[in-house]
Write a protein that binds this ligand. Structure first.
Ligand SMILES: Nc1ncnc2c1ncn2[C@@H]1O[C@H](COP(=O)(O)OP(=O)(O)OP(=O)(O)O)[C@@H](O)[C@H]1O
Ligand SMILES: [Mg+2]
Length: 285
């Protein structure tokens, strides 16, 4: 297998024994809430190889966003290690693009102004800032809307803008926290297709949190299933390679994976507070 072929096939890169781009080892994290500790992550270990697309699924409130925050370096684990590119993450990880769940946009800034923001923070000279922002706005299909304000955009267009802002400083690792959750079904499929195209073109490594099992199946190389809080990794599904897929096409193998994921999640949801052997007992609900 040539080097180019290895790069084109993330699974091959994994088996080629390359150093993982991201490694989380034994991460445990709790929060203080109303004077009581809440365990959010319980001994989570995982790795991502360069070029992989990995989705995280799990019950609401289990700790998925907390895990992304660890990778982004916005919070630190109580125990365990997070390393990125072979180095420990000890503060904000500037090598990742993070499209957060609340997706904060600045309503008083135009599309161009919003997309340029990360470049301003990085003190990129103004002409270059504009040029790069305009190129990324074009890439996400928002050309012609540069001077619109967020309030004048549809939900799908706002997501495109946020994606452009996340990608404008050329990170090669993307954290996406339920990026398309609020969109209607058709817009969501369009955005999934475009995301796949962008990920392929820009050679991105992606960690996606989603509640949409079909989305996880359509986009991912691997799906990680987490328990109810505190999040523990309870299942890993590796999808067949290569992943040149259409989010609208569902194969029988996809349906089988969907059933497996759903069964796992249903078992977690039915377990109820403190039950189900998920290690959730003894913590605040
Ligand atoms: N900064 C914080 N302070 C206190 N508790 C927090 C904080 N961040 C998260 N938590 C708690 O940690 C647990 C996990 O939260 P997290 O946001 O990671 O869940 P999630 O899996 O992303 O949920 P959802 O699917 O609803 O987005 C929750 O009980 C939450 O209340
Ligand atoms: Mg979340």
């Amino acid at each position: 297998m040539t080097h180019a072929e290895i790069l084109a096939h993330p699974a091959a890169a994994r088996s080629a024994g390359g150093e993982p781009l991201l490694a989380i080892a034994g991460a445990t994290k709790s929060f203080e809430a109303k004077g009581r500790p809440t365990l959010a992550l319980d001994d989570v270990s995982l790795t991502l190889a360069r070029g992989e697309f990995v989705s995280l699924i799990g019950p609401s409130g289990c700790g998925k966003t907390t895990l992304l925050n660890l990778v982004a370096g916005l919070t630190a684990p109580d125990r365990g290690r997070v390393s990125f590119g072979g180095r420990a993450v000890n503060g904000p990880n500037t090598q990742v693009g993070y499209l957060t769940q609340d997706d904060a946009v600045l309503p008083w800034r135009s599309v161009l102004g919003n997309v340029m923001l990360p470049l301003e923070i990085r003190r990129v000279p103004k002409p270059e800032r504009r040029e790069r922002a305009r190129a990324m706005i074009r890439r996400v299909g928002l050309e012609g809307f540069e001077s619109h304000y967020p309030g004048q955009l549809s939900g799908g267009m706002r997501k495109r803008m946020s994606l452009a802002r996340t990608l404008v400083y050329s990170p090669d690792f993307l954290l996406l926290d339920e990026p398309f959750g609020a969109l209607d079904a058709q817009t969501r499929v369009l955005m999934q297709r475009e995301l796949l195209g962008i990920v392929r073109d820009l050679n991105l490594t992606v960690m996606l949190v989603t509640h949409d099992l079909h989305e996880a199946i359509a986009l991912s190389d691997r799906i990680l299933v987490f328990s109810r809080r505190p999040a523990r990794l309870i299942d890993t599904v590796t999808l067949p390679q290569p992943r040149d897929r259409d989010p609208l096409h569902r194969s029988r193998a996809d349906e089988a994976v969907h059933r497996r994921l759903w069964d796992k999640l249903a078992a977690e949801l039915e377990a109820g507070p403190g039950g189900g052997g998920t290690g959730g007992g003894g913590h605040a609900p």
